[in-house]
Design a protein around this ligand. Structure first.
Ligand SMILES: [Zn+2]
Length: 327
């Protein structure tokens, strides 16, 4: 019997009152946005729709002759070079990590995301526009228990040595905590905070993490454009730096905006596993590729996790029962 089936039987046998159960969440109404893809520069429309319990988050390419649905599963991640791309049956959606981060941050379990091109719009380069869209639609509780992936044993992935060393790790934790450390060979980035620890139970995702923007360097941007990438990128959707300074007129949104964006990205990358996690994530110079490898490493070790629900909200980690507050 699978872990989920066992959980369900235990759940039915105890028959708790649904009122005290930590419940799944979806949207109350439909929300729409139009923007451009960071890499493709293409115009794209996004429609966020409520979805029934246990649907998970599904992207639907509605521009194709026969719409293709791509559910969130670690194995559907097919490209992690610049962003996280998911693919299924020849259809793909690029740059899913920022909207997935917003869903993780607000605890959205079920959502249908209709999209008219192969890349999620970059909007302002952070997750705050997606937080705004989700909160504008309203978040409702559903009559089904939230299912978490609870990490039982540490899992780690590593890459490179010396100056190229990177790693990411998941460990047991009653809640969801992320600690990230960056190390860039760049004087502007190095003059800011290099390490951040964020606990989702603090309830401060929208104000402390979601506003952190993606970033790039003028030299890289020129090279990427020559390769037909970053065509939609600019000062209104990324922090752009030359060798000595930030070029955006408004400067940084947080003193440690760079490392906070890495936390934002990691939350999005990890949520591709399809369920919220109960774990402590710690990473050094990780990125989309290593984050996806970490998910695959976890899934390859069934003894390292189990699926759990909370019959009583009071037993859930601090802050998990509340619906995320606005800014
Ligand atoms: Zn990002």
């Amino acid at each position: 019997m699978g872990v989920i089936a066992k959980e369900r039987m235990r759940w039915m046998a105890r028959a708790p009152k649904i009122d005290s159960v930590l419940k799944q969440r979806t949207l109350k109404s439909i929300s729409r946005a139009v923007g451009v893809g960071l890499h493709s520069g293409q115009r794209v429309e996004l429609t966020l729709r409520p979805a029934p319990p246990d649907t998970g988050i599904i992207f639907r390419r509605v521009d194709l002759p026969v719409p293709v649905e791509i559910p969130m599963e670690a194995e559907f991640v097919t490209d992690t070079r610049l962003a996280s791309t998911i693919s299924r049956g020849g259809a793909k959606v690029q740059t899913v990590e920022h909207i997935m981060s917003a869903c993780a941050g607000l605890g959205i379990d079920n959502l249908m995301i209709d999209i008219t091109a192969d890349e999620v719009p970059i909007l302002d380069g952070s997750a705050s526009s997606f937080v705004f869209l989700l909160q504008s639609a309203g978040i409702v509780l559903q009559k089904a228990p939230r299912r978490f992936i609870k990490v039982l044993k540490p899992v780690e992935v590593r890459e490179g040595e010396g100056a190229n060393e990177k790693w990411a790790r998941l460990e047991p934790y009653h809640g969801y905590k992320l600690t990230f450390q960056i190390e860039f060979d760049h004087r502007v980035v190095n003059s800011t905070g290099q390490r951040v620890e964020f606990d989702l139970g603090s309830g401060s995702y929208s104000s402390d993490i979601a506003r952190a923007r993606t970033f790039g360097f003028t030299k890289e941007v020129e090279y990427m454009r020559s390769k037909g990438l970053a065509l939609g990128g600019g000062l209104d959707n990324a922090i752009v730096m030359d060798d000595t300074k930030v070029l955006n007129a408004g400067g940084l949104r947080y003193d440690d905006e760079f490392v906070k964006h890495k936390i934002l990205d990691a939350m999005g990358d990890l949520y591709i596993i399809g369920k919220p996690m109960l774990a402590a994530y710690t990473a050094f110079r990780s990125g989309h590729a290593l984050n996806n490898l970490l998910l695959r490493e976890l899934l390859a070790h069934p003894e390292a996790y189990e699926i759990v629900t909370f019959d009583d909200e009071a037993a859930a980690p601090r802050g998990f029962a509340e619906v995320a507050r606005a800014w």
